[in-house]
Design a protein around this ligand. Structure first.
Ligand SMILES: Nc1ncnc2c1ncn2[C@@H]1O[C@H](COP(=O)(O)OP(=O)(O)O)[C@@H](O)[C@H]1O
Ligand SMILES: [Mg+2]
Length: 238
């Protein structure tokens, strides 16, 4: 750990070791990887563990799937939302339900900020997840516009008293992120991999960037167990 930078623990086995204690407080963190690599699982664990282990209120914004799917997936991994939702600590919100037919399922960063403005004032979340950026990008005509708005959005998030995960995706064997720009605006960048090793799928996690701190940069294998993601922080993939 460097200095006395305060940390927000993910509570994910091995990941807090690689990140030297967790995400920097009030940072914007990007998680990328191909479909099925575990991005949503990682983010739900960050969201859920915060309430369970630290009493942090949390907000999970769903754009890519529906609420029911996420709840069902969380249950598989011993994360039951009923209690924390009833207590008003965790909020899993389907932004798609705010959209009208006319929008054709598209929501902009400005609309998300408007929503957050009142939501944050009411519920004071310490953790936020946006799942996922590629859906928001559909609103914009080109990458430049998307990047500009994402930059404004990230700056807004840093001014709030919360720590964020933004999910994006990588297309297999191509760029690390869908648009090639997301990692430049984020404070940290975690890449999940799904590799075919002689017919078997191997899952990997790499912390590619973490501002304000030293961190481990190697590619590590991870497992999905009944308790969620377990990163083998002592093992490396070469
Ligand atoms: N109940 C389960 N037990 C074990 N593995 C599961 C279970 N449910 C989902 N998975 C695995 O978790 C992976 C990660 O899913 P998810 O986090 O939704 O990926 P992403 O958001 O990156 O598309 C899935 O590909 C699947 O292999
Ligand atoms: Mg997902």
């Amino acid at each position: 750990m460097t200095g006395n930078e305060s940390r927000v623990k993910t509570g994910i086995a091995g990941l807090d070791v690689l990140a030297r204690g967790g995400f920097p407080t009030n940072s914007v963190n990007l998680v990328s990887g191909p479909a099925g690599s575990g991005k949503t699982l990682l983010a739900t664990q960050f969201f859920f563990n915060g309430a369970r282990d630290n009493g942090d209120a949390g907000l999970y914004l769903v754009l890519e799937e529906n609420r029911e799917n996420i709840i069902r997936a969380m249950r598989h991994f011993e994360m039951d939302l009923d209690g924390p939702e009833n207590e008003g600590r965790l909020f899993l919100i389907d932004l798609g339900e705010m959209r009208t037919e006319q929008d054709r399922g598209v929501v902009s960063f400005r609309e998300i900020m408007d929503f957050l403005e009142s939501f944050i004032a009411k519920t004071k979340p310490k953790r936020l997840v946006l799942d996922s950026l590629p859906i928001v990008s559909l609103y914009y005509r080109n990458v430049e516009e998307f990047r500009e708005e994402l930059f404004i959005f990230s700056r807004y998030l840093r001014q709030q008293d919360l720590t964020t995960i933004l999910i994006t995706e990588s297309l297999e064997d191509q760029c690390l992120t869908r648009f090639g720009v997301e990692q430049f605006v984020a404070d940290s960048f975690i890449v999940l991999g799904l590799e075919d090793v002689r017919g078997e799928l191997r899952r990997t996690l790499t912390v590619r960037k973490m501002r304000f701190t030293k961190h481990d940069t190697a590619k590590h294998p991870f497992l999905i167990t009944p308790r969620g993601i377990e990163v083998m922080s002592g093992e490396k993939v070469v």
